[in-house]
Design a protein around this ligand. Structure first.
Ligand SMILES: NC(=O)c1ccc[n+]([C@@H]2O[C@H](COP(=O)([O-])OP(=O)(O)OC[C@H]3O[C@@H](n4cnc5c(N)ncnc54)[C@H](OP(=O)(O)O)[C@@H]3O)[C@@H](O)[C@H]2O)c1
Length: 291
């Protein structure tokens, strides 16, 4: 059986929940240069794996250790509080040839390196569930033991699921708020716009489609170089409909609420990070942890 992917690396994903599944679907959706190799997966919730059993390019493994043994690049997609257990479980088989990618919100590379305990290569990754359709915005930063070539490899793999940005680790928490969580804020905004249409009598499906496509149009214009204020200016004629709507938004503090969503999500990522760092330091000082 050919077990190689386009990168020449075998990829494993541990935790096939919301983001693990989206990453896997995104990776499988692109041909990856005629991907004939396999992706190795595991999850304690076995029902999460059944869906992928008929997929010939996916190997459902018995446990996490098997994924780690068979893969060159191991993506950890479990909740932050489950990360330690998984990392310690796979640590004995993660040698210097392998690389661990963690998507856990708020968990610093230093903490993951401590869990693994043996100078393994770690890359911290923050994707969003746009991965499922190749539209993730993914930030990455490397830990102490990963080199530039490891980061390049991670970028190559993750570019299959969307755009990838290499950032400073200190920026990861805010990107978690802006992108990892932010895709949900965008969805809520699209739904709110659609509900305005429904309130005024449009069928729900039509309103949602028009709202989502309107948001897509704004996003494409901005990515093409238009500023948000230019779009507002070009749409809002004096005394017109848009001006009335913008006034309504402004008077209800919609912009501040959107900003706060990102600020609060960032704070939460930082809280997780600080708690884990505190635990890691306590373990080191009390000598209870080899990491
Ligand atoms: N969801 C997002 O949009 C998103 C975006 C970016 C980053 N993230 C990060 O991605 C991670 C996963 O989030 P998620 O939303 O995908 O969570 P999720 O839906 O709960 O998926 C995690 C999966 O891992 C399983 N799991 C738990 N312990 C395990 C173990 N020891 N070995 C193997 N599998 C195990 C869970 O099973 P149980 O349910 O039985 O515990 C669950 O099926 C989090 O750290 C989060 O911060 C999420």
């Amino acid at each position: 059986m050919n077990e190689r992917t386009v990168t020449g690396k075998k990829i494993g994903i541990i935790g096939i929940g919301n983001i693990g599944r989206s990453l896997l679907q995104g990776l499988l959706a692109v041909e990856l240069g005629g991907l004939s190799g396999n992706v190795f997966i595991s999850d304690v919730k076995r029902e999460n794996l059944h869906y992928f059993e008929p997929e010939s390019r996916v190997v459902v493994c018995e446990d996490n250790k098997e994924v780690a043994e068979k893969s060159d690049v191991i993506i950890l997609a479990v909740k932050p509080h489950d990360l330690r257990g998984v990392a310690e479980e796979i640590a004995p088989v993660v040698n210097e040839e392998k690389m661990v990618l963690s998507v856990a919100a708020g968990v610093p590379t230093r903490v993951i390196e401590g869990y693994l305990g043996n100078g393994q290569k770690v890359i911290r990754v923050m994707p969003n569930i746009g991965a499922r359709v190749g539209e993730s915005v993914t930030a990455i930063c490397k830990g102490e033991f990963a080199g530039d070539e490891d980061e390049a490899m991670a970028r190559e793999i993750l570019s299959a699921i969307g755009d990838v940005y290499s950032v400073k680790e200190s920026d990861m928490d805010v990107i978690t708020g802006l992108s990892g969580s932010g895709i949900a804020f965008c969805a809520a905004m699209i739904e709110a716009l659609a509900d305005g249409g429904v309130y005024e009598g449009l069928p729900h499906d039509l309103a949602l489609e028009i709202s989502a496509k309107t948001a897509r149009g704004a996003a494409i214009l901005i990515l093409a170089g238009d500023t948000p204020s230019l779009i507002e200016e070009m749409t809002a004629s004096p005394g017109g409909t848009t001006m009335r709507g913008l006034y309504a938004m402004e008077s209800r503090g919609v912009k501040a609420a959107m900003m706060e969503a990102v600020i609060e999500a960032t704070k939460r990522a930082r809280e997780i990070s600080e708690q884990l760092m505190k635990n890691a330091n306590r373990d080191v000082h009390s000598g209870t942890d080899e990491g």
